[in-house]
Design a protein around this ligand. Structure first.
Ligand code: FA5
Length: 337
Protein backbone atom coordinates (compact mmCIF):
# COMPACT_ATOMS: atom_id res chain seq x y z
CA UNK A 1 0.00 0.00 0.00
CA UNK A 2 1.11 3.60 -0.72
CA UNK A 3 2.11 5.76 2.21
CA UNK A 4 3.64 9.19 2.63
CA UNK A 5 7.15 7.78 3.03
CA UNK A 6 7.14 5.84 -0.21
CA UNK A 7 5.73 8.89 -2.02
CA UNK A 8 8.57 11.09 -0.71
CA UNK A 9 11.11 8.49 -1.85
CA UNK A 10 9.53 8.36 -5.28
CA UNK A 11 9.77 12.14 -5.52
CA UNK A 12 13.42 12.08 -4.53
CA UNK A 13 14.22 9.42 -7.14
CA UNK A 14 12.29 11.24 -9.88
CA UNK A 15 13.91 14.61 -9.15
CA UNK A 16 17.39 13.15 -9.23
CA UNK A 17 16.74 11.37 -12.55
CA UNK A 18 15.43 14.60 -14.07
CA UNK A 19 18.48 16.46 -12.83
CA UNK A 20 20.88 13.90 -14.23
CA UNK A 21 19.31 13.71 -17.69
CA UNK A 22 21.98 14.85 -20.16
CA UNK A 23 19.77 15.51 -23.15
CA UNK A 24 16.16 15.74 -24.25
CA UNK A 25 15.97 12.00 -24.79
CA UNK A 26 17.01 11.33 -21.19
CA UNK A 27 14.53 13.91 -19.94
CA UNK A 28 11.67 12.35 -21.91
CA UNK A 29 12.58 8.91 -20.53
CA UNK A 30 12.35 10.29 -16.97
CA UNK A 31 8.98 11.90 -17.73
CA UNK A 32 7.57 8.65 -19.15
CA UNK A 33 8.95 6.67 -16.21
CA UNK A 34 7.17 8.78 -13.58
CA UNK A 35 4.41 10.78 -15.29
CA UNK A 36 3.65 8.71 -18.43
CA UNK A 37 0.37 6.81 -18.83
CA UNK A 38 1.87 3.84 -17.04
CA UNK A 39 4.33 5.92 -15.04
CA UNK A 40 5.08 5.23 -11.40
CA UNK A 41 3.32 8.34 -10.06
CA UNK A 42 0.41 8.02 -12.54
CA UNK A 43 -0.22 4.50 -11.22
CA UNK A 44 -0.35 5.77 -7.66
CA UNK A 45 -2.70 8.59 -8.60
CA UNK A 46 -5.01 6.06 -10.26
CA UNK A 47 -4.99 3.79 -7.21
CA UNK A 48 -6.04 6.51 -4.75
CA UNK A 49 -9.70 5.63 -5.27
CA UNK A 50 -9.09 2.21 -3.70
CA UNK A 51 -7.50 3.62 -0.54
CA UNK A 52 -9.32 3.56 2.79
CA UNK A 53 -11.33 6.82 3.14
CA UNK A 54 -9.14 8.21 5.97
CA UNK A 55 -5.98 8.01 3.78
CA UNK A 56 -7.49 9.26 0.54
CA UNK A 57 -7.27 13.04 1.19
CA UNK A 58 -3.74 12.95 2.65
CA UNK A 59 -2.17 10.71 -0.01
CA UNK A 60 -4.23 12.33 -2.76
CA UNK A 61 -3.04 15.82 -1.87
CA UNK A 62 0.60 14.73 -1.52
CA UNK A 63 0.62 12.77 -4.80
CA UNK A 64 -0.87 15.72 -6.71
CA UNK A 65 1.61 18.12 -5.17
CA UNK A 66 4.49 15.83 -6.17
CA UNK A 67 3.09 15.65 -9.71
CA UNK A 68 3.18 19.44 -9.94
CA UNK A 69 6.70 19.57 -8.57
CA UNK A 70 7.94 16.99 -11.07
CA UNK A 71 6.27 18.83 -13.96
CA UNK A 72 7.93 22.07 -12.89
CA UNK A 73 11.32 20.33 -12.54
CA UNK A 74 10.92 18.84 -16.04
CA UNK A 75 10.12 22.23 -17.54
CA UNK A 76 13.09 23.87 -15.87
CA UNK A 77 15.46 21.09 -16.99
CA UNK A 78 14.17 21.44 -20.55
CA UNK A 79 14.94 25.15 -20.55
CA UNK A 80 18.42 24.55 -19.17
CA UNK A 81 19.15 22.06 -21.96
CA UNK A 82 17.92 24.49 -24.58
CA UNK A 83 20.16 27.26 -23.25
CA UNK A 84 23.20 24.96 -23.29
CA UNK A 85 22.48 23.92 -26.86
CA UNK A 86 22.20 27.50 -28.05
CA UNK A 87 25.55 28.49 -26.56
CA UNK A 88 27.33 25.64 -28.35
CA UNK A 89 28.30 26.29 -32.00
CA UNK A 90 28.97 23.20 -34.11
CA UNK A 91 32.61 22.15 -33.71
CA UNK A 92 33.46 25.12 -31.48
CA UNK A 93 34.20 24.76 -27.82
CA UNK A 94 33.64 28.18 -26.31
CA UNK A 95 35.10 27.12 -22.99
CA UNK A 96 38.63 26.70 -24.44
CA UNK A 97 41.11 29.57 -23.81
CA UNK A 98 41.70 31.85 -26.85
CA UNK A 99 44.67 31.30 -29.15
CA UNK A 100 47.37 33.97 -28.78
CA UNK A 101 47.89 36.00 -31.96
CA UNK A 102 51.53 35.99 -33.13
CA UNK A 103 52.65 39.63 -33.13
CA UNK A 104 54.65 40.99 -36.03
CA UNK A 105 57.87 42.87 -35.30
CA UNK A 106 60.21 45.14 -37.16
CA UNK A 107 63.23 43.45 -38.74
CA UNK A 108 66.38 43.88 -36.56
CA UNK A 109 68.01 46.01 -39.28
CA UNK A 110 64.98 48.32 -39.36
CA UNK A 111 65.04 48.57 -35.56
CA UNK A 112 68.73 49.56 -35.52
CA UNK A 113 68.31 51.93 -38.52
CA UNK A 114 65.60 53.75 -36.59
CA UNK A 115 67.71 53.93 -33.44
CA UNK A 116 70.71 55.25 -35.40
CA UNK A 117 68.63 57.88 -37.16
CA UNK A 118 67.19 59.03 -33.84
CA UNK A 119 70.70 59.60 -32.42
CA UNK A 120 71.60 61.89 -35.34
CA UNK A 121 68.21 63.61 -35.33
CA UNK A 122 68.87 64.53 -31.68
CA UNK A 123 72.16 66.12 -32.84
CA UNK A 124 70.29 68.38 -35.26
CA UNK A 125 70.58 66.37 -38.50
CA UNK A 126 67.54 65.95 -40.75
CA UNK A 127 66.73 63.08 -43.13
CA UNK A 128 67.33 63.10 -46.91
CA UNK A 129 66.66 60.35 -49.44
CA UNK A 130 67.63 59.42 -53.01
CA UNK A 131 67.04 56.72 -55.67
CA UNK A 132 68.49 53.20 -55.43
CA UNK A 133 68.80 53.00 -59.22
CA UNK A 134 71.31 55.78 -59.72
CA UNK A 135 73.22 57.55 -62.44
CA UNK A 136 76.94 56.88 -62.74
CA UNK A 137 77.37 60.65 -62.43
CA UNK A 138 75.98 60.83 -58.87
CA UNK A 139 77.43 57.53 -57.65
CA UNK A 140 80.95 58.21 -58.97
CA UNK A 141 81.72 61.24 -61.13
CA UNK A 142 80.38 64.03 -58.96
CA UNK A 143 82.08 62.32 -56.02
CA UNK A 144 85.46 62.93 -57.64
CA UNK A 145 85.70 59.46 -59.19
CA UNK A 146 86.04 59.98 -62.96
CA UNK A 147 85.60 57.09 -65.43
CA UNK A 148 88.55 54.68 -65.40
CA UNK A 149 89.64 55.95 -61.97
CA UNK A 150 91.10 52.98 -60.03
CA UNK A 151 88.88 53.89 -57.01
CA UNK A 152 85.91 52.44 -58.89
CA UNK A 153 87.32 49.00 -58.15
CA UNK A 154 86.83 49.65 -54.40
CA UNK A 155 83.11 49.01 -54.85
CA UNK A 156 82.12 46.07 -57.08
CA UNK A 157 79.22 47.61 -58.99
CA UNK A 158 76.04 46.19 -60.51
CA UNK A 159 75.64 48.10 -63.77
CA UNK A 160 72.23 48.27 -65.48
CA UNK A 161 73.57 50.18 -68.51
CA UNK A 162 76.79 52.13 -69.16
CA UNK A 163 75.47 55.12 -67.27
CA UNK A 164 72.91 53.58 -64.87
CA UNK A 165 73.71 51.38 -61.88
CA UNK A 166 72.49 50.20 -58.47
CA UNK A 167 74.00 52.70 -56.06
CA UNK A 168 77.02 51.22 -54.26
CA UNK A 169 76.80 53.65 -51.36
CA UNK A 170 74.56 56.40 -49.98
CA UNK A 171 77.09 59.11 -50.89
CA UNK A 172 75.23 60.14 -54.12
CA UNK A 173 72.56 61.58 -51.78
CA UNK A 174 75.19 64.11 -50.64
CA UNK A 175 75.41 65.40 -54.20
CA UNK A 176 71.66 65.40 -54.83
CA UNK A 177 71.02 67.28 -51.57
CA UNK A 178 73.72 69.89 -52.17
CA UNK A 179 72.45 70.48 -55.73
CA UNK A 180 69.01 71.15 -54.28
CA UNK A 181 69.83 73.08 -51.11
CA UNK A 182 72.04 75.96 -50.14
CA UNK A 183 74.54 75.63 -47.27
CA UNK A 184 74.70 75.43 -44.29
CA UNK A 185 73.21 71.96 -44.01
CA UNK A 186 73.24 68.94 -41.77
CA UNK A 187 71.68 65.75 -43.16
CA UNK A 188 71.67 62.00 -42.78
CA UNK A 189 70.57 59.68 -45.59
CA UNK A 190 69.58 56.12 -44.66
CA UNK A 191 69.03 53.55 -47.41
CA UNK A 192 69.79 50.32 -49.25
CA UNK A 193 72.95 49.95 -51.30
CA UNK A 194 74.22 47.16 -53.58
CA UNK A 195 77.59 45.54 -54.24
CA UNK A 196 78.72 42.34 -55.86
CA UNK A 197 79.98 40.92 -52.52
CA UNK A 198 79.10 37.90 -50.39
CA UNK A 199 80.73 36.32 -47.30
CA UNK A 200 80.26 36.32 -43.48
CA UNK A 201 80.55 40.12 -43.28
CA UNK A 202 79.32 41.14 -46.76
CA UNK A 203 75.97 40.79 -48.53
CA UNK A 204 75.05 41.99 -52.06
CA UNK A 205 72.42 44.31 -50.58
CA UNK A 206 73.06 46.12 -47.33
CA UNK A 207 72.19 49.39 -45.59
CA UNK A 208 74.17 52.53 -45.04
CA UNK A 209 73.51 55.81 -43.33
CA UNK A 210 75.26 58.75 -44.90
CA UNK A 211 75.99 61.89 -42.91
CA UNK A 212 76.90 65.33 -44.23
CA UNK A 213 77.48 68.58 -42.43
CA UNK A 214 78.47 71.74 -44.29
CA UNK A 215 79.08 75.12 -42.69
CA UNK A 216 81.64 77.91 -42.61
CA UNK A 217 83.77 76.59 -39.75
CA UNK A 218 83.31 72.83 -39.46
CA UNK A 219 86.50 71.02 -38.44
CA UNK A 220 87.83 67.50 -38.19
CA UNK A 221 87.31 67.78 -34.42
CA UNK A 222 83.55 68.18 -35.06
CA UNK A 223 83.61 65.00 -37.13
CA UNK A 224 85.36 63.06 -34.36
CA UNK A 225 83.02 64.55 -31.76
CA UNK A 226 79.83 63.63 -33.61
CA UNK A 227 81.02 60.09 -34.39
CA UNK A 228 82.30 59.43 -30.86
CA UNK A 229 78.99 60.56 -29.35
CA UNK A 230 77.16 58.32 -31.79
CA UNK A 231 79.36 55.29 -30.93
CA UNK A 232 78.85 55.78 -27.19
CA UNK A 233 75.10 56.21 -27.56
CA UNK A 234 74.67 53.05 -29.59
CA UNK A 235 77.21 50.77 -27.86
CA UNK A 236 77.46 52.24 -24.35
CA UNK A 237 79.73 54.69 -22.52
CA UNK A 238 82.71 52.30 -22.31
CA UNK A 239 82.93 51.65 -26.06
CA UNK A 240 86.42 51.93 -27.56
CA UNK A 241 86.71 53.51 -30.98
CA UNK A 242 89.72 54.17 -33.17
CA UNK A 243 90.22 56.29 -36.28
CA UNK A 244 92.57 55.01 -38.98
CA UNK A 245 93.81 57.07 -41.91
CA UNK A 246 92.09 55.91 -45.07
CA UNK A 247 91.32 56.94 -48.61
CA UNK A 248 88.06 58.01 -50.26
CA UNK A 249 88.19 60.13 -53.44
CA UNK A 250 85.39 62.39 -52.10
CA UNK A 251 87.00 63.26 -48.74
CA UNK A 252 90.40 64.64 -47.79
CA UNK A 253 91.68 63.74 -45.26
CA UNK A 254 89.80 60.45 -44.94
CA UNK A 255 89.44 58.03 -42.03
CA UNK A 256 87.82 54.76 -41.13
CA UNK A 257 86.35 54.30 -37.66
CA UNK A 258 86.63 50.94 -35.91
CA UNK A 259 84.87 49.63 -32.83
CA UNK A 260 86.34 47.05 -30.47
CA UNK A 261 84.94 43.67 -31.56
CA UNK A 262 82.15 42.69 -29.19
CA UNK A 263 82.02 39.11 -30.46
CA UNK A 264 85.50 38.22 -29.19
CA UNK A 265 86.08 41.18 -26.84
CA UNK A 266 89.11 42.26 -28.90
CA UNK A 267 90.87 38.86 -28.78
CA UNK A 268 90.52 38.18 -32.51
CA UNK A 269 87.88 36.02 -34.22
CA UNK A 270 86.63 35.19 -37.72
CA UNK A 271 84.31 38.20 -37.76
CA UNK A 272 87.04 40.77 -37.04
CA UNK A 273 89.59 38.87 -39.13
CA UNK A 274 91.64 38.18 -35.95
CA UNK A 275 92.33 41.94 -35.45
CA UNK A 276 90.03 42.61 -32.47
CA UNK A 277 88.51 45.59 -34.33
CA UNK A 278 85.59 45.94 -36.70
CA UNK A 279 85.38 48.70 -39.26
CA UNK A 280 81.94 50.32 -39.16
CA UNK A 281 82.25 53.49 -41.15
CA UNK A 282 84.22 55.63 -43.50
CA UNK A 283 84.44 59.40 -43.11
CA UNK A 284 86.42 62.54 -43.87
CA UNK A 285 86.39 66.22 -44.76
CA UNK A 286 84.46 66.93 -47.97
CA UNK A 287 86.86 67.18 -50.94
CA UNK A 288 86.91 70.63 -52.64
CA UNK A 289 86.17 68.93 -56.00
CA UNK A 290 82.86 67.66 -54.58
CA UNK A 291 81.91 71.22 -53.58
CA UNK A 292 82.87 72.42 -57.05
CA UNK A 293 80.66 69.75 -58.68
CA UNK A 294 77.60 71.08 -56.87
CA UNK A 295 78.45 74.77 -57.21
CA UNK A 296 79.49 75.45 -53.60
CA UNK A 297 82.56 77.68 -53.19
CA UNK A 298 85.25 75.57 -51.42
CA UNK A 299 86.89 78.78 -50.20
CA UNK A 300 83.77 79.63 -48.22
CA UNK A 301 82.40 76.27 -47.15
CA UNK A 302 83.86 73.31 -45.29
CA UNK A 303 82.19 70.10 -44.28
CA UNK A 304 82.53 66.55 -43.11
CA UNK A 305 80.84 63.41 -44.36
CA UNK A 306 80.55 59.84 -43.15
CA UNK A 307 78.96 56.60 -44.31
CA UNK A 308 78.26 53.78 -41.90
CA UNK A 309 77.26 50.15 -42.43
CA UNK A 310 74.04 49.37 -40.56
CA UNK A 311 74.47 45.56 -40.73
CA UNK A 312 77.91 45.75 -39.11
CA UNK A 313 76.53 47.84 -36.28
CA UNK A 314 73.58 45.49 -35.79
CA UNK A 315 75.96 42.48 -35.69
CA UNK A 316 78.08 44.16 -33.03
CA UNK A 317 75.07 45.23 -31.02
CA UNK A 318 73.48 41.78 -30.89
CA UNK A 319 76.65 39.62 -31.10
CA UNK A 320 75.79 38.03 -34.46
CA UNK A 321 78.70 36.44 -36.31
CA UNK A 322 77.24 35.98 -39.80
CA UNK A 323 75.66 38.87 -41.72
CA UNK A 324 73.75 36.48 -44.03
CA UNK A 325 71.44 35.46 -41.15
CA UNK A 326 69.63 38.81 -41.55
CA UNK A 327 68.45 37.90 -45.01
CA UNK A 328 67.75 34.17 -44.76
CA UNK A 329 64.57 35.10 -42.88
CA UNK A 330 64.38 32.09 -40.58
CA UNK A 331 61.68 32.89 -38.02
CA UNK A 332 63.72 31.28 -35.24
CA UNK A 333 66.40 33.89 -35.85
CA UNK A 334 64.12 36.89 -36.41
CA UNK A 335 61.86 36.20 -33.41
CA UNK A 336 64.74 36.91 -31.01
CA UNK A 337 64.70 40.65 -31.67
C1 FA5 B 1 81.68 53.91 -48.47
O1 FA5 B 1 80.74 53.29 -48.94
C2 FA5 B 1 81.76 55.41 -48.44
N1 FA5 B 1 80.71 55.94 -49.23
C3 FA5 B 1 81.64 55.87 -47.00
C4 FA5 B 1 81.94 57.32 -46.84
C5 FA5 B 1 80.94 58.24 -46.87
C6 FA5 B 1 83.27 57.75 -46.67
C7 FA5 B 1 81.20 59.58 -46.72
C8 FA5 B 1 83.54 59.08 -46.52
C9 FA5 B 1 82.52 60.00 -46.56
P1 FA5 B 1 82.91 51.75 -47.63
O2 FA5 B 1 82.99 51.07 -48.95
O3 FA5 B 1 84.06 51.54 -46.70
O4 FA5 B 1 82.68 53.30 -47.77
O5 FA5 B 1 81.55 51.25 -46.87
C10 FA5 B 1 81.10 51.85 -45.67
C11 FA5 B 1 80.65 50.78 -44.68
O6 FA5 B 1 79.66 49.94 -45.28
C12 FA5 B 1 81.74 49.83 -44.27
O7 FA5 B 1 82.43 50.37 -43.16
C13 FA5 B 1 80.99 48.59 -43.88
O8 FA5 B 1 80.53 48.71 -42.54
C14 FA5 B 1 79.80 48.62 -44.78
N2 FA5 B 1 79.91 47.67 -45.90
C15 FA5 B 1 80.66 47.78 -47.01
N3 FA5 B 1 80.44 46.74 -47.84
C16 FA5 B 1 79.52 45.93 -47.25
C17 FA5 B 1 78.83 44.72 -47.60
N4 FA5 B 1 79.04 44.11 -48.79
N5 FA5 B 1 77.95 44.18 -46.74
C18 FA5 B 1 77.72 44.81 -45.58
N6 FA5 B 1 78.28 45.96 -45.18
C19 FA5 B 1 79.18 46.53 -45.99
Amino acid sequence: MVDEKSLEELKKKALSEIKEAEDEKGLEAARVKFLGRKGELTRILKSIAQLPPELKPVIGRLANQIKKELEAALKEAQQELKKKKESRLPGVDLTLPGRPYPLGKLHPITQVMTELCEIFLRMGFSIATGPEVELDYYNFEALNIPPDHPARDMQATFYLTDKVLLRTHTSPIQIRTMEREKPPLRIIAPGKVYRCDSDVTHTPMFHQIEGLMVDRDVSFADLKGVLSVFAREIFGEETRVRFRPSYFPFTEPSVEMDISCVICGGEGCRVCGQTGWLEILGAGMVHPNVFRAVGYDPEQWVGFAFGLGVERITMLKFGIDDIRLFYENHLRFLEQF
